[in-house]
Write a protein that binds this ligand. Structure first.
Ligand code: GAL
Length: 460
């Protein structure tokens, strides 16, 4: 039997737009996701997060469910336009009260809140006024919003995550158009990414200078990365895999842990990659108290020379292919989740060890890992052995990584509830709790019981 360190943190995660609903409740402003999901053709079956899991109204019962499962920590995000409707003007106290009440409810149930400030629902007004993340103006706006959250919640919230997955925001939102705000562009991702990094640094600077000494919390960022396994032992493929990881995780982690963008990105992108001033580099370096990691899958990476060859072989989720020249493929024997993401537990361990080596062994929290599957409700129960197998596989690799020196301190399951899976709508079920979206009833799946057991066996 596997035992994790005694103080290992077990949690589960969600995000505001995916579960809250209450799209215009109590003075909430609109976000780019409200607009995107209401634009015909952007989401599966035109589904939106208008109601979602109605967590905005049902949060007490959700916290009770988490407590019953034995969850020790809960990661959720604040909807920026709920607390500041136009992103730069007056605050909405009613919106902030919702989060304050949620935090109180969690603490009363012995659950530690982990709060993400930005999980993709930018105030629509900032997008309309100055193109959101494409303008440097967003940096000060984000700083003010963050400060407001620290001020109102920081007496009780001790774990802050500035941004969730700036890579996804940049590539899928500003490059491939699959997510809000839906831009298709070669250059915009790097600009959006740059301003997200500066916004992260700004929020951290404010937290550290004004709040951290009295509130005694920690603040960091959550980046996402798949593992890239060299397809063969050929030097070209080894380089391709490394290049792919630097374009993926290095893009956002290098400026924070090493002080600037990876050289390979600077060389390949030239002027298309914005640069940091010396002062900005200083504000970024060391600006995360921990390494938040969202990890789901693995692909093989190999080198390509010819553009045509690359385009005909592109296999999903690679970022801007023409900048990297890396061909991504899957092993046909790998099992897939219902989102067609390959289940490759050993990739998780390899990624943790890559982070350990590249970034001088930071403290890591896996802030998301999980799998989607076509769960069925039979007699009011959901049996999901494949999800249990997924968690067993990934957790045992996490354990091995710890034994090999990774400073992994916690693990959050994505997701607590089945929810609005962005452009894919409600059909892709990630939750350890099944939600029936017609009645909004919750049914914990068998993996929730299994997770409860893991927590128990580890002595908590
Ligand atoms: C992450 C994202 C989550 C969730 C998950 C599963 O990229 O942060 O919000 O959607 O993927 O697709």
């Amino acid at each position: 039997m596997i035992h994790f360190p005694n103080d290992f943190l077990w949690g589960t995660a969600t995000s505001s737009y995916q579960i809250e609903g209450g799209a215009e409740a109590d003075g909430k402003g609109l976000s780019i996701w409200d607009e995107f999901s209401h634009t015909p053709g952007k989401t599966a079956k035109g589904q939106t997060g208008d109601i979602a899991c109605d967590h905005y109204h049902l949060y007490k019962q959700d916290v009770a469910l988490m407590a019953k499962m034995g969850v020790k920590a809960y990661r959720f995000s604040i909807s920026w336009p709920r607390v500041q409707p136009d992103g730069e003007g007056a605050m909405n106290m009613a919106g902030m009260k919702f989060y304050s009440d949620l935090v109180d409810e969690l603490l009363a149930n012995g659950i530690e809140p982990w709060v993400t400030l930005y999980h993709w629902d930018l105030p629509l007004a900032l997008h309309q006024k100055f193109d959101g993340w494409l303008s440097k103006k967003v940096v000060d706006c984000f700083g003010k919003y963050a400060s407001y959250c620290f001020e109102h919640l920081g007496d009780r919230v001790k774990n802050w995550i500035t941004l969730n997955e700036p890579w996804v925001v940049s590539i899928l939102g500003y490059g491939q158009g699959a997510m809000a705000p839906g831009y298709i562009s070669q250059d915009k991702p790097y600009i959006a990414g740059h301003h997200q990094l500066l916004s992260h640094a700004k929020a951290v600077e404010i937290y550290r200078s004004k709040y951290q000494s009295t509130q005694q919390g920690q603040i960091g960022i959550s980046n996402n990365c798949d593992w890239r396994e060299p397809k063969t032992g050929a030097p070209k493929d080894l380089e391709a895999a490394q290049r792919s990881l630097e374009f993926f995780l290095g893009w956002f982690a290098d400026p924070i842990w090493l002080g600037d963008y990876p050289d390979v990105m600077k060389k390949r992108l030239g002027d298309r990659l914005p640069s940091f001033s010396e002062e900005e580099k200083k504000s970024l370096l060391g600006s995360s108290d921990f390494f938040g990691l969202n990890h789901y899958t693995t692909l093989f990476a190999s080198d390509v020379n010819e553009r045509e060859e690359m385009e005909s072989n592109v296999h999903g989720n690679g970022g801007l292919f023409e900048d990297q020249y890396v061909k991504l493929t899957a092993d046909p024997n790998w099992k897939l989740t219902s989102m067609k993401w390959a289940i490759v537990p050993w990739g998780c361990k390899k990624l943790l060890l890559w982070i350990k080596d590249r970034y001088d062994n930071p403290e890591v929290f896996i802030t998301e890992n999980g799998c989607s599957s076509d769960d069925q409700v039979i007699d009011g129960k959901v049996d999901d052995p494949h999800r249990i197998e997924f968690f067993q596989g990934y957790l045992s690799e996490c354990h091995k990584a710890i034994q090999e020196g990774s400073n992994l301190s916690g693990y959050f399951i994505w997701s607590f509830l089945d929810n609005f899976e962005w452009a894919l709508g409600y059909e892709k079920r990630f939750g350890i709790t099944h939600v029936d979206f017609d009645s909004l009833e919750r049914t914990p799946k068998s993996s929730a019981k299994w997770f409860e057991k893991v927590i128990e066996e580890n002595g908590f």
